[in-house]
Design a protein around this ligand. Structure first.
Ligand code: BT5
Length: 340
């Protein structure tokens, strides 16, 4: 006699059903044949399909014999949705998808610290963050159901001095991705912001754990405003933030965007490991928000002024000053509107 399934087993069954029927979306599957295929009771198939409908999957039922097929998937960031047709080799192949967390970067660092064996390329995602973090103690607004909140655990073989360039490499992967969905409108603001139409749509927070000449792990945290409706940002950022939906005027499936990003991230990361940014500088220039602008950079206690003439292959920004050309590795940039 087959037992009643626990909630976890039911969830796994629902995921197996969705994978089977969406891979054959022309064909109707009888619930009886599904019960036989997965060696469970007919009632369990009914409960699992109810669960799928609860999650937002649209299924089509044949009223005569109760067979079903797949119509569409909801905009959710579940591990099933993320793994379905994910084309990467490594990045994102190990997924931990949460609903509500304080910060995906916190989870990623705790995991990487506690488990030396956590695979390179593991990703943590969340539907909502209650304490999303920006740089220097700032916060990242992370409402439920509309953004992508993602952390990637990397275990690079390169030395710690090469870690800072990963932020701008990530920004490039993001720009290439957003450009597929919204051509011609995306720009990168060095060192870690992605803009659409001059407003921030994505931010990157890279955190490093290293000793001497060895990186233990690197966490790349990425927040993307995807489906936030216009007018939904809090007062502090309503003038400076935007979402893809606001500009595209329609919603984007977050799992599709995330998978496209993971593939671009993997390509850029492979290039970075070989040659840092040498092969990416042209594309970085194309997306640059700061190119040829006069800026002020606050880096530690220093204030540095100059005109942006490019980036170097380690990710530093190159400024032209009256008498010399200098490069700056990190800092906060503001544009000098009077000179630009
Ligand atoms: C960043 O910091 O832009 C890095 C943001 C990284 C967020 C991701 S989400 C997944 C992972 N887990 C985390 O806890 N964090 C990472 P920064 O350059 O310091 O910019 C922060 C500033 O951006 C804030 O002070 C606001 O002014 C603005 N801001 C906050 N939330 C925003 C949003 N959703 N969209 C646009 N701007 C925002």
């Amino acid at each position: 006699m087959k037992k009643k399934l626990s909630h976890v087993q039911l969830k796994l069954l629902a995921e197996k059903i969705i994978l089977t029927i969406r891979n054959n979306d022309k064909k109707f599957f009888s619930q009886k044949s599904l019960a036989k295929r997965f060696k469970v009771k007919f009632e369990n198939i009914t409960s699992a399909t109810e669960l799928l409908t609860e999650w937002g999957y649209k299924l089509k039922f044949n009223s005569k014999d109760k067979s079903l097929n797949f119509l569409s998937s909801p905009d959710i960031l579940s591990d099933t949705e993320i793994k379905y047709k994910l084309k990467t080799k490594v990045i994102g192949q190990n997924v931990l998808a949460y609903n509500r967390v304080k910060s995906t970067n916190d989870i990623a660092s705790t995991m990487a610290m506690a488990k030396a064996k956590v695979p390179h390329g593991t990703i943590i995602t969340a539907n909502e963050q209650t304490r999303g973090r920006g740089r220097l103690g700032r916060s990242w607004h992370s409402p439920p159901g509309s953004g992508i909140y993602l952390s990637i655990i990397l275990k690079p073989r390169f030395s710690p001095d090469k870690a800072p360039g990963i932020s701008i490499m990530t920004a490039l992967a993001l720009a290439e991705t957003i450009n597929e969905f919204l051509p011609g409108k995306v720009q990168i603001k060095w060192p870690n912001d992605v803009f659409i139409n001059g407003k921030k749509t994505s931010g990157i927070l890279t955190e490093l754990s290293a000793e001497k000449n060895k990186i233990n792990y690197l966490i790349v945290g990425i927040g993307i405003n995807v489906n936030q409706p216009p007018g939904s940002f809090p007062d502090e950022i309503k003038e400076t933030a935007t979402s893809i939906r606001k500009v595209l005027r329609k919603k984007t499936n977050r799992a599709d965007l995330l998978k496209s990003f993971l593939l671009n991230f993997e390509k850029e990361y492979d290039l970075y490991c070989k040659n840092q940014l040498s092969d990416s500088l042209k594309r970085l220039k194309k997306y640059s928000y700061l190119q040829d602008k006069h800026v002020r950079i606050i880096s530690g206690n220093e204030k540095i002024d100059g005109k942006v003439i490019g980036l170097s292959s380690d990710g530093s920004i190159i400024l032209e000053q009256k008498k010399e050309t200098i490069s700056v590795a990190s800092g906060e940039v503001t544009i000098d509107v009077q000179k630009t």
